[in-house]
Design a protein around this ligand. Structure first.
Ligand code: NAP
Length: 446
């Protein structure tokens, strides 16, 4: 009898876990990758910016894992809705949770919930065509927009706001979203850091891309670009040099303008029915390194505030969760007997996609060592459990039908390799059409 493992979540962490199980296990292994959406790849599909095609191509690597004979994709299956932890433990030798970090951290300032104050997670999901966010969710009708935070997500959001729709036409941005980007009224984007250039979280490569925007001048205030002397790590030194070079150059009159600000923290989002401004306070660091206000304020006349201050995980029903770290408590990936965790849910939302590969490998080492001598008792095959509840998981082949429909849509629209289908309805339609065509050809639909 082979070792049977359920992986919950088909983003990079989940799929790297499946790969590590196949590679590391000395005995035969069968891995089911369960996913609440009909589509795999998690943040690679719904988080990586559409114009970052080389990062998006990680999907090609993840695809090869899903196509391994030992691995199965079961889409449209939600833990806590269709299955419980007890169900999983009743059907598999072990379970690995890898559901990532799906919601935004809060700012904790007045006005945060006004219309026009938007979580970066929502905005990113919007331009990535996530089925949870409708294409008509955002209208970019404000000439000035603030993006709070100076991490790589903030940089992605800024780039999408700064580029022309023409520059994004060859990406997989949903067509309705592209039309809204084409109608954007945004002229000025303010990206706000609460500390200095030496503390910014973005990486050098991503920062440099902002300087190459054809449609926007990038401006940094010389007084905010000053940093104390001293040795900085190479990446940080690189960021400082780039920012200081921007501080020394004048705008050349491009249609949009990006102001990268430092030492300013949001204290209030202003407005009655919707966002009408953002009140900032100049900051400094205390001797202990805490950010404090200086009593000097400034108001930006923005109609939209994008809060990009980090992601966080959400608890899974029946799975331990620490509110202090917002992760699942674990020891080298072990949560409880036969339960494991990998990726952002295990260590928090840090690192690049590749970081999840070594992270998943560690979890799998723990799992295989724990289960090496364990007697295998298997009760109910998961397919029967799901069928008894009327749940028909989306198969890998059905997902391929969605992919084929996205490629066909891109051809019809004369846009790039793929245009995302938006909404579960459109995806179901694509799957049904493919199934009908397969039946007409006399094939068995899988
Ligand atoms: P992040 O790197 O943690 O950056 C969060 C930013 O928000 C920081 O500048 C932080 O400032 C700021 N912040 C936090 N709380 C704040 C508050 N209350 N008020 C004002 N500012 C606040 O998070 P992220 O940008 O969401 O990125 C998540 C992970 O995904 C990172 O590892 C990132 O590198 C990765 N990612 C990579 C790429 C890429 O490789 N192209 C693209 C997107 C994301 P402080 O430092 O002062 O806390």
């Amino acid at each position: 009898m082979s070792l049977r493992v359920a992986v919950v979540g088909s983003g990079p962490a989940g799929i790297y876990t499946a790969e590590a199980l196949v590679k590391q296990s000395a005995e035969p292994v069968e891995v089911d990758v369960l996913e609440r959406l009909p589509t795999p790849y998690g943040l690679v599909r719904y988080g990586v910016a559409p114009d970052h095609t080389s990062i998006k191509s990680i999907a090609n690597y993840l695809r090869r894992v899903l196509e391994l004979p030992q691995v199965r994709f079961l889409g449209g299956v939600t833990l806590g809705e269709h299955l419980s932890v007890a169900d999983l433990l009743g059907s598999y030798d072990a379970v690995v949770y890898a559901t990532g970090a799906m919601v935004d951290r809060r700012l904790g300032v007045p006005g945060e919930d006004l219309p026009g104050s938007v979580a970066a997670t929502d905005f990113v999901n919007w331009y990535c065509g996530h089925p949870d966010v409708s294409p008509d969710r955002f209208v970019l009708d404000s000439p000035e927009v603030a993006v709070i935070g100076v991490g790589n997500v903030a940089v992605d959001v800024v780039r999408v706001l700064a580029k022309t729709a023409g520059e994004l036409a060859s990406t997989d941005v949903p067509h309705d979203v592209l039309e809204r980007l084409a109608a954007s009224q945004v002229k000025a984007i303010h990206m706000i850091g609460r500390r200095g250039p030496e503390h910014a979280k973005f990486t050098l490569k991503e920062l440099r891309e902002l300087g190459e925007l054809a449609n926007a001048d990038v401006c940094v205030r010389p007084d905010e670009a000053v940093v104390p002397g001293g040795d900085f790590p190479r990446q940080v030194r690189g960021n400082i040099d780039v920012l200081q070079s921007w501080a020394a150059r004048a705008p050349v009159g491009r249609p949009r303008r990006l102001d990268v600000r430092f030492w300013m923290k949001p204290v209030e989002i202003l407005g009655t029915d919707r966002v009408e401004g953002l009140r900032l306070e100049r900051t400094r660091l205390t001797e202990e390194g805490r950010v404090v206000g200086t009593g000097v304020f400034e108001t930006l006349p923005v109609g939209m505030v994008l809060r990009s201050v980090g992601y966080q995980s959400v608890p899974l029903p029946g799975v331990p969760f620490s509110e202090a770290t917002m992760t699942v408590p674990n020891e080298a990936g072990r949560v409880r007997e036969r339960e494991y965790v990998a990726g952002w849910l295990k260590r928090g939302p840090t690192g690049v996609i590749g970081t999840n590969k070594s992270d998943a490998a560690e979890t799998v080492r723990t799992l295989l060592a724990d289960l090496a001598d364990r007697q295998r008792v298997r009760q109910a095959p998961i397919d029967e459990v799901l069928a008894a509840r009327g749940v028909a998981p989306v198969t890998y082949r059905q997902w391929q039908a969605i992919e084929a429909a996205e490629e066909a849509l891109a051809r019809t629209l004369g846009r790039g390799e793929r245009v995302k289908l938006v909404g579960l309805e459109a995806m179901n339609e694509a799957m049904n059409e493919a199934m009908n065509e397969a039946m007409l050809r006399g094939e068995t639909p899988a």
